[in-house]
Design a protein around this ligand. Structure first.
Ligand code: BTN
Length: 263
């Protein structure tokens, strides 16, 4: 199935959340476009999709490799009525939605690496970047950006990521329709978003913990120049990682890269 505005509009016509689809053959960053649209009043449920990005944004100022014809680059505008400090929970919720969609597609050994990497067999298949704008202490909008490696082949990955990244095609040994994947992802996403709005973070946290499987593991978290080590105790209500450091001190980690050192 073709990956175009028409096919996506047709396939997403029954989705109760999607209000408008903005499709670009190429764009700098769907997150940038979504923020811009939201700033100009675009409503919740506006979805920006691109076939390729020239300035795909990753977490911690990194670049998200975004070649044409193979992957999904998608940003969703949300206007949730929640306290500002809860916004990171939406990243974890989106991770669960992506992981669930991957599982449905037959991906085996799906895990989530805190805070936002979805992995198949320990290799990154998707990343999530959440950006938020507040006004007078309240959330004006949240942009949730999802990059999903669908049909990219190993050889096309930048050498820096070749060892640590994968795609749905590499893992399932066949190509997948990006349009159909988008439809399933947005269906799963809206189910989780509605559940989150109605029931809060608890169901997301429960599912996330199952995918993450890091409770009790000894990890290292690197955030620019700071390195912390400790045993994962759980997630707090804001989605921060709770660690017990070797000296027994409890600490909560809000950002950084996680490496599992041991059980
Ligand atoms: C990460 O793992 O570092 C997050 C990557 C997020 C990439 C997606 S692709 C769609 C959206 N637009 C962007 O510029 N970034 C996100």
């Amino acid at each position: 199935m073709e990956f175009s505005k028409d096919s996506l509009q047709h396939l997403l016509s029954g989705n109760r959340f999607v209000r408008a689809i903005d499709f670009h053959a190429t764009v700098d960053s769907t997150n940038r476009v979504a923020s811009n649209r939201a700033m100009n009043g675009a409503e919740e449920g506006t979805v920006i999709i691109a076939d390729s990005q020239t300035g795909g944004r990753g977490r911690l100022g990194r670049v998200w490799q975004s070649p044409p014809g193979v992957n999904l680059y998608l940003s969703v505008i949300l206007r949730p009525v929640i306290e500002t400090f809860r916004a990171p929970q939406l990243t974890l919720m989106t991770g669960v939605a992506v992981a669930e969609t991957m599982r449905e597609y037959g991906g085996r050994d799906i895990t989530i690496k805190w805070p936002n990497d979805v992995l198949i067999g320990g290799k990154k298949v998707s990343g999530i970047l959440t950006e938020i704008r507040t006004e007078r202490g309240k959330i004006d909008f949240v942009v949730v950006g999802m990059g999903v490696n669908i049909n990219i082949e190993k050889a096309l990955f930048h050498t820096d990521f070749r060892r640590t990244s994968t795609s749905l095609k590499e893992e399932t040994a066949r190509s997948h329709s990006r349009s159909r994947f988008t439809v399933r992802l947005l269906e799963t996403f809206v189910t989780w978003y509605e559940r989150y709005c109605a029931q809060g973070f608890a169901p997301v946290k429960k599912e996330w913990m199952e995918y993450a499987g890091i409770t009790g593991k000894f990890i290292k978290v690197t955030d620019r120049d700071t390195v912390r080590e400790g045993t994962v105790v759980g997630l707090d209500e804001n989605g921060a990682l709770l660690l017990k450091e070797p000296d027994g001190e409890a600490t909560c980690v809000l950002s950084g890269d996680v490496t599992i050192i041991g059980e």
